[in-house]
Design a protein around this ligand. Structure first.
Ligand code: ADP
Length: 169
């Protein structure tokens, strides 16, 4: 039986912290599906397709990693894909409480699926998609914290935002 895991998130956009978790999960499981949540969010920077494109390109070196989108209940998605585990990354104590609650609820909904937590790499413990967006918006450098493909997408996105503002839009 193939041991398949789901790594869910918003990935708006994917960071090197995410990539580190994906690489480590890909060593633990036969197959990892990185699942971009299409559940409605406040104000995403990237469309679901853009997030999937960045992920696929950043994970191209990992032959047992696939990228997909999902909505609705995560455990149902995991079950319908024959997964045995949900992988989550933990950065700080602040992640713990929410993740603990989610893991217990998911276990209640579907006993057969385990949640597996991987500790962040110390290098990326402060890194989140939102902090990347914040820094980039104000012109700070985030190189080394995101895959090169994400730098390209961010530059394009910010370029178009700037031209909209410059045009008075
Ligand atoms: P973010 O919090 O960066 O917006 P997501 O919702 O896309 O991220 O996160 C998906 C998963 O990746 C979550 O389990 C989250 O805890 C984990 N994660 C995010 N950033 C890191 C990081 N720097 N190190 C380890 N895990 C991370």
């Amino acid at each position: 039986m193939i041991k398949r895991a789901i790594y869910p998130g918003s990935f708006d956009p994917v960071t090197n912290g995410h990539i580190d978790i994906i690489e480590r999960a890909s060593n633990l499981f036969d197959e990892v599906i990185v699942a971009v949540s299409t559940n409605i969010e406040k104000s995403p920077m990237f469309t679901i397709d853009e997030r999937k494109e960045m992920l696929s390109s950043a994970c191209a070196h990992l032959s047992n990693v696939k990228v997909d989108g999902f909505n609705g209940l995560l455990v149902r998605y995991a079950e319908s894909n024959g997964a045995i585990a949900i992988v989550k990354g933990l950065r700080a104590l602040s992640d713990f409480e929410f993740e603990f609650e989610m893991a217990l609820m998911n276990r209640r909904l579907e006993r057969r699926i385990e949640t597996v937590f991987l500790m962040t790499n110390a290098e990326y413990s402060y890194l989140s998609s939102s902090i990347i967006k914040e820094v980039v918006k104000f012109g700070g450098s985030v190189s080394g914290l995101i895959p090169p493909i994400v730098e390209e997408y961010l530059a394009k996105k910010l370029g178009s935002i700037e031209s909209i503002t410059a045009a008075g839009g």
